[in-house]
Design a protein around this ligand. Structure first.
Ligand SMILES: *Cc1c(COP(=O)(O)O)cnc(C)c1O
Length: 411
């Protein structure tokens, strides 16, 4: 058995794909400590800098005092506490939906909700760069999967228009399923997409996707892991950014609480029927101990903060604009930036995995923590340095990172 483990690891090593952990000895601020030394943090998804914010910390401490450390059971047993209900109400109000449901993480939300929504007679239309947890959700669902080219609305439209998907509906007799209330005769079709692509930082063409959903009568499941708290006039996400009606009955919004919101967990927001359906059908919801009080209170505090104080979001975007304006001067000419910066995620595409890890190591030696990203997280030949900007970066932090990159790429 040990041979088997070793062989696998050696194979990875020989392809420069071996991964290892680095232990951070501080909080998740713009400067993090590793082996007693300070590094500038350019890899965190803590976009708004809330993960160590006093307001969230205080809320978590108070929740522990009042409700203790654990929830003791899954939601359907005794683990549905006041804070779960308060947070779900808060999320629904924030997102402008009828209802919301907390999941223990984004991965659990996607791996629970997708197989609950679609089964073997149904169809999933998926962007080729969707997050791994969405892909794992499809695999569990047994639905037929049509992968479309990244962000290519024309391609989704062509897939939706083409047989065999089209013909199936009319041939089978309509029967209402006792389990999910859906008409068994008509396969469900669902378009699934990240709103902001996690490794590329570009934005999904959501308005066009919603139009296709209307035209072809399907649902849209949008993963706002990187949109929530960052996009839209009031930080509600990409759905708000595009002015899409959050109550649109075709729309299912998923998002996470562990990135810009500085806490942990995830949610699905939509109609009350959808939420009641998921409570009864999503296995990762049903069969897992619910989130503990401290985490719930921190998430709720994060949304309160985002609602009453736009300064974190404004500072984040100011930083993104500054960094990309200065950085573009020397990164863009190298052809290593694959799109104009649209989000706090700024990938520098290097291609080769080995070269990418060398660049990451050189940046590390300059005191910059900027993780190299390799397959299978990104497609073969597109290894990259994925930089992320935070509201808590000072101009001096940004300049130091820019200088280090400039030195490396223009030597
Ligand atoms: C991070 C991420 C997830 C997973 O969320 P966790 O709460 O970290 O499990 C899901 N989807 C996307 C697009 C992500 O970036």
């Amino acid at each position: 058995m040990r041979e088997r483990f070793k062989e696998y690891l050696e194979q990875l090593q020989s392809k420069n794909l071996l991964r290892f952990l680095r232990t951070v000895e501080s909080d998740q601020g713009p400067e993090i400590i590793f082996e007693g030394k300070k590094y500038l943090n350019f890899s965190s998804n803590n976009y708004l800098g809330l993960a160590n914010h006093p307001y969230l910390k205080q809320a978590a401490i108070e929740a522990v005092e009042k409700y203790g450390t654990g929830s003791g059971a899954s939601r359907l047993i005794t683990g549905s506490m006041s804070l779960h209900e308060e947070l779900e109400k808060k999320i629904a109000a924030f997102k402008g939906t009828e209802s919301a449901l907390i999941f223990n993480s984004g991965t659990q939300a996607n791996m629970g909700a997708i197989p609950a929504l679609v089964g073997e007679n149904d169809f999933i239309f998926s962007d080729e760069l969707n997050h791994a947890s969405l892909i794992d959700g499809y695999r569990l669902s047994k639905a037929k999967i049509e992968v479309y080219r990244h962000g290519d609305v024309g391609h989704v439209g062509a897939l939706l228009a083409a047989p065999p998907n089209k013909g199936v509906a009319s041939s089978a007799p309509t029967q209402i399923s006792p389990i999910d209330g859906r008409s068994q005769g008509s396969p469900l079709r669902i378009i699934i997409t990240d709103s902001i692509f996690s490794m590329d930082g570009d934005i999904a063409p959501l308005p066009e996707i919603m139009a296709l959903a209307k035209k072809y009568d399907c649902l849209v499941y949008v993963d706002e892991a990187h949109g929530t708290g960052v996009f839209g006039k009031s930080g509600k996400g990409v759905v708000e950014h595009f002015g899409i009606d959050p109550k649109n009955h075709r729309l299912i919004q998923m998002g996470t609480l562990g990135k810009a919101l500085g806490s942990f967990g995830a949610y699905i927001a939509g109609s009350k029927d959808l939420i009641d359906f998921l409570i009864n059908k999503a296995r990762t919801f049903i069969f897992s101990t619910s989130l503990p009080p401290a985490v719930l209170a921190a998430s709720k505090a994060a949304i309160e903060l985002i609602e009453k104080d736009p300064s974190h979001r404004e500072k984040l975007w100011e930083n993104v604009r500054y960094f990309s304006r200065v950085g573009a001067q020397f990164i863009a000419p190298t052809g290593m930036m694959n799109h104009a910066p649209t989000s706090p995620i700024l990938p520098i595409i290097i291609g080769d995995a080995k070269k990418t890890m060398e660049v990451a190591q050189q940046l590390f030696e300059h005191g910059i923590w900027a993780t190299g990203i390799r397959p299978p997280t990104v497609p073969e030949g597109t290894s990259r340095i994925r930089l992320t900007i935070m509201a808590s970066h000072t101009k001096e932090h940004l300049d130091r990172c820019l200088e280090a990159i400039n030195k490396l790429f223009n030597k």
